[in-house]
Design a protein around this ligand. Structure first.
Ligand SMILES: NC(=O)c1ccc[n+]([C@@H]2O[C@H](COP(=O)([O-])OP(=O)(O)OC[C@H]3O[C@@H](n4cnc5c(N)ncnc54)[C@H](O)[C@@H]3O)[C@@H](O)[C@H]2O)c1
Length: 334
């Protein structure tokens, strides 16, 4: 395959994917949005000819000039569109969260398995420069063994929840909090148990808690915490702190610096080191590059269907724990 030919469906956040795909040299074979205004806006912005603009994704399924689809429509439709494109023989990069229910997640895993095509879930934080550096430091042993990890997703949704985001199924912990959950899973592994509290103080228009705190038990020696606030009164942050036996790292997807402490020969932490880092919290180009490379080489996408499903499972376990007041053990049997 010379040039990957991509269709991008859903043209709001989807525009970041058009740029990501174009930045990797892929061809935008089609764009699609049910809303003509969004379709024409994106079409004009990226100079996409009229014959490549569609309002119904089903018209794209049988086209043999499309290799892959980016599904960037509301979360409730991820299953329908991803399964349809996979069954039509296209590779799929589906936005996070993979889906809002386990039943949808299982359908998507099955469609991926049966089609033999790539299904990647766009957990974009794995491509954020600060978090990639954090992962390299953890994997390189610079922090020693992690014994505590925390991440927060604090993002004021005040003006963006009068739509599909107000669905009870689209709880903040899964909608946006999946970023922090996925990040901790990537850095610390799969939590064995979660326990959570929730509160609703800031967003009267949503039918779910607008703030949740969850404690995670990774294994006997490692703990974690996720805080999600979708009504917070501050700028967007995903402040993340990793405590290890040989050092501590403080980083964020919106900060140009990270702070690293490492131990000296006396076993004490030295001076704080400030590390400059690029701020790029929606690194769609690197994400698309990983997707395209897996298709080209027949290798694995970084967040395949089962990986996306595990993040959904942890989010749902946190929501259940906050509701029932009981600890919940996620079930990773996908
Ligand atoms: N990775 C990230 O950081 C990030 C950021 C924002 C949004 N998202 C995800 O991207 C997806 C889209 O979010 P958004 O913010 O762009 O939402 P949005 O509501 O702003 O836009 C969704 C777009 O999809 C279109 N659409 C809806 N149903 C469609 C269909 N069946 N076929 C074609 N087009 C359809 C709508 O008309 C609209 O233009 C969601 O899954 C969301 O969770 C991810």
């Amino acid at each position: 395959m010379d040039k990957l030919r991509v269709a991008v469906i859903g043209l709001r956040f989807g525009m970041a994917h058009i740029e990501g795909a174009m930045g990797c040299g892929a061809e935008i074979a089609a764009i699609c949005d049910v809303d003509r205004r969004h379709l024409d806006f994106a079409g004009a912005r990226y100079d996409i000819p009229m014959e490549k603009r569609f309002t119904d994704y089903r018209e794209l399924l049988d086209r043999d000039d499309i290799d892959a689809a980016v599904v960037a429509v509301p979360d409730q439709q991820h299953r329908e569109l991803s399964c349809a494109f996979l069954r039509a023989g296209k590779h799929v990069l589906c936005e996070k969260p993979m889906a809002l229910t386990l039943s949808d997640v299982r359908d998507m895993i099955r469609a991926g398995d049966e089609s033999g095509r790539q299904l990647m879930v766009g957990q974009i934080c794995r491509f954020t420069p600060a978090f990639r550096q954090a992962k390299a430091l953890v994997d390189g042993g610079v922090l020693g063994d992690l014994y505590y990890l925390e991440s927060e997703y604090a993002h004021d949704y005040m003006n963006i929840v009068d739509n599909w985001r107000a669905d009870p199924l689209r709880h903040g912990v899964i909608g946006g909090g999946c970023h922090a959950v996925d990040l901790l899973r990537w850095l610390g592994g799969d939590p064995e148990e979660v326990f959570a509290y929730g509160t609703k103080r800031l967003l009267p228009q949503v039918p779910y808690d607008d703030a949740t705190v969850a404690v995670l038990k990774f294994d006997a020696a490692t703990m974690g915490k996720v805080f999600v606030s979708t009504g917070c009164k501050r700028d967007y942050t995903m402040r993340t702190v990793l405590y290890g036996t040989r050092g501590t790292l403080i980083c964020d997807n919106t900060s140009p610096t990270m702070t690293l402490f490492t131990v000296g020969e006396d076993g004490m932490a030295g001076e704080a080191q400030t590390i400059d880092v690029e701020v790029n919290n929606h690194n769609a180009r690197l994400e698309f590059e990983a997707f395209a490379e897996a298709i080209r080489s027949g290798g694995c996408v970084p967040t395949d269907a089962r990986e996306g499903a595990k993040t959904v499972e942890v989010c749902l376990s946190i929501i259940e724990s906050a509701k029932t007041g009981r600890p919940v053990c996620p079930n990773y049997d996908f």
